[in-house]
Ligand binder design. Structure first.
Ligand SMILES: [Zn+2]
Length: 264
């Protein structure tokens, strides 16, 4: 057991100690980690422990955070930066966790000066220079086809160079114009699909905004990589260069291994 209470209250933080049974229990709920090779999985565990050491967690609306939840969040938060580095998450410390869908009361004044008040149901929010807010769903309550943690941390990467515009800070050797051309073509195509009412293979929420499209395809990149690669191969290729990972190849290797274990 590690000391989540100490961390919750921002007291002296120490590196958590996680035993094999706890890793196995937490990772069993994150089957897409199987797409990493064994060396990468160990590096991810190590990075997750670093993340728990440097970030502060807070359970909102009475949610009690337990060690398994913190570890599951840390593993998923670190997956996108496994080959980018935790420095990409520098400049802020807070992770606020709400139970299930949470409601944010909104007040907005429109162009005509009329005040609109409404309840916004959200799964998460990421603030530039501020905390990441995520909804926690226990086990089977997790909405299908959605990864709240990867989504919000993809927004954090997008914001690193200012704004949520679907263009994160690209690595040396990557082309901004290629990225923009690939993503805008895919986004237009995807929005047209959603407008036609077609059942999409990735979350239709991605049609809300180019920044949401980047977050949604990032979720798919890690959770259902072969599906994303088949539907938007050029987007998959750009994400593979950005995240410096090839989870589709990992998924194919993993399924090959599983299939060979099946009896004739
Ligand atoms: Zn979003």
């Amino acid at each position: 057991m590690f000391e989540s209470l100490r961390r919750l209250f921002g007291l002296q933080r120490s590196r958590p100690v996680v035993d094999a049974a706890q890793w196995a229990r937490v990772e069993a709920a994150l089957p897409f980690l199987d797409f990493l090779d064994p060396g990468d999985r160990l590096r991810l565990r190590d990075m997750a422990l670093d993340f728990l050491e440097i970030k502060q967690f807070h359970g909102a609306q009475g949610l009690q955070l337990d060690d398994d939840m913190l570890l599951a969040i840390a593993l998923q938060a670190c997956l996108p930066v496994l080959n980018i580095g935790l420095e990409a998450y520098a400049g802020w410390v807070g992770v606020v966790v709400y139970p299930g869908d949470f409601i944010i009361p909104r007040r907005e004044v429109d162009e005509a000066g009329v005040l609109h008040e409404y309840d916004d149901e959200v799964l998460g929010e990421a603030w530039e220079g501020g905390p990441v807010i995520i909804a926690w769903f226990a086990g089977a309550q997790q909405p299908a086809g959605v990864n709240v943690v990867i989504h919000e941390f993809a927004h954090k990467l997008d914001m690193e160079n200012g704004g949520v515009d679907g263009l994160p800070r690209l690595h040396a050797g990557m082309s901004r114009s290629t990225w923009a051309a690939v993503f805008s073509a895919a986004y237009d195509d995807f929005c047209a699909e959603v407008d036609r009412g077609v059942e999409t293979v990735i979350d239709p929420y991605g049609a809300e905004h180019p920044g949401e499209f980047f977050a949604v395809v990032s979720e798919a990149f890690f959770e259902t990589p072969t599906v994303l690669q088949e539907r938007f191969p050029a987007v998959y290729d750009q994400l593979s260069q950005f995240y410096r990972l090839d989870p589709a190849a990992g998924q194919i290797r993993h399924q090959g291994r599983c299939n060979r274990r099946l009896p004739d």
